[in-house]
Design a protein around this ligand. Structure first.
Ligand code: ASP
Length: 427
């Protein structure tokens, strides 16, 4: 096993997991799979999540406090945010173009509409309650919500990553503003903590092939009962998949080419495949962060300084796959309900999907509550969510792959423009 590269080991784990899942469904081994295999997947997922919060904090503090001055921070910050926004806007536009051309909602059978609304009505109500709470707040709610009143509360909630990011940035800026000798002990401590966390990631990742095996086997078993959903929602599913594929195979390569004229795509994708596979198996960009970080620095050569800043911020702020999906889902539901969206309304979708993807936490299904806000911004009935919830999990897996590919691509571009490569390995 030692000699097979990690990315191959993970792919083998995934394929075997899928095969096992299919066998289990065929031969009634579902209970055995849920009782004895699924828990290992959960353990692997928990280990990744466990490391995500300390990693975000430590890597951001290390990354920012290691910068030479505040103006370097603002130049890198500005670049990162602009690239994130550009890629997200592209993703939404691609989504809108596809859904308006393919029109998957116009062929959706009426009886299924009623059936799904009954089946998923309760889940929609839950999500709607959560969205109501957000909508009742002032328009500045998003900013207020970024500022924690108790950092320990944020540290104990994986969906509050933006609060941790803000605290880490403030903490690191304060460190930069103080004389070097006053912050030396903390710097040393953070550096060594960072080394320990990186080692921990290595240890956890050695279990990745088994982890993804267990996660995928369990997912197939859990999902087998709902396979008929694919027939009714096939065209919608394919539209989202096509959008995500365009992002990965056309948009990011062009985006990279813009900054690296001689980029070797094969090397680039080979470098990030382990992260993509973990994203696919876990549906969580936050849980995937340790792997993304490791691949981008070790296999692409992005400096730790850039990766430590760009990637943790990207985990919550940059979600290209999610925003592409939100645009498609919103218009799909409008089409099913026979609502014609004007150009202005589609533009509103672009803007709300942009903010919704920034506000969505990098956890499984993290964007559903935010999708409600996109729907209500243009008057699409929220009940329509029931139509798409049944097949959301596989789409969540795929959009998470795109989310982390976007983060990796932007970190590579920022490293290029800042001259921050330890040895470019993709040329
Ligand atoms: N699961 C996605 C992520 O972690 C978020 C979402 O689209 O629901 O990136």
């Amino acid at each position: 096993m030692k000699k097979i590269p990690l990315f191959l080991q993970i792919i083998i784990g995934m394929v075997l997991g899928i095969i096992w899942g299919l066998i289990a469904v065929q031969f009634n081994l579902e209970k055995l799979t849920s009782d004895w295999i699924k828990p290992w997947g959960t353990i692997f997922l928990n280990l990744l999540k466990l490391i995500a919060v300390p990693l975000i904090f430590v890597s951001l503090v290390k990354g920012i406090s290691g910068l030479s001055n505040i103006s370097k921070l603002s130049s890198m910050g500005l670049k990162t945010l602009s690239l994130y926004i550009v890629s997200t806007l592209f993703a939404i536009t691609i989504g809108l173009l596809l859904v308006n051309t393919i029109e998957p909602g116009n062929t959706f059978p009426d009886e299924k509409k009623i059936e799904y609304q009954t089946k998923f009505g309760a889940t929609v109500q839950d999500k709607q309650d959560a969205a109501e709470e957000i909508k009742d707040q002032s328009p500045l709610f998003f900013i207020v919500d970024m500022v924690p009143d108790n950092i320990f509360k944020s540290l104990s909630d994986n969906s509050k990553m933006l609060q941790i990011i803000l605290f880490a940035i403030l903490f690191a800026v304060a460190m930069m503003l103080l004389p070097k000798d006053r912050v030396k002990p903390v710097k040393k401590f953070i550096n060594s903590l960072n080394d320990i966390i990186l080692k921990l990631i290595d240890i956890i990742m050695s279990a990745a092939p088994f982890g993804v095996f267990a996660l995928l086997a369990a997912l197939i078993v859990d999902f087998s009962g709902d396979s008929e959903l694919f027939t009714a929602l096939g065209l919608y599913f394919l539209t989202v998949v096509l959008g995500l594929l365009i992002m990965v195979t056309i948009f990011y390569p062009i985006f990279l080419k813009f900054f690296f004229r001689k980029v070797k795509y094969f090397k680039y994708f080979r470098a990030i495949i382990p992260a993509q596979m973990v994203a696919f198996s876990t549906s969580s960009s936050a849980a995937t962060l340790p792997v993304t970080m490791k691949q981008v620095t070790n296999e692409i050569g992005v400096s730790k300084g850039v990766a430590n800043f760009v990637l943790p911020v990207g985990v919550t702020i940059n979600m290209d796959g999610t925003s592409c999906y939100q645009a498609i889902a919103a218009v799909f539901i409008a089409q099913v309900f026979g609502i014609d969206l004007s150009f202005g309304q589609q533009l509103t979708i672009v803007l709300t999907a942009l903010f919704a993807s920034i506000g969505s936490p990098g956890v499984p299904g993290g964007s559903i509550v935010m999708l409600i806000i996109v729907l209500t911004s243009v008057g699409i009935p929220v009940e329509g969510l029931a139509l798409i919830l049944g097949i959301d999990r596989p789409l969540d897996m795929l959009r998470t792959v795109v989310n982390i590919t976007g983060d990796s691509t932007v970190s590579t571009i920022v490293a290029r423009t800042e001259g921050e490569f330890e040895n470019i390995k993709i040329l």
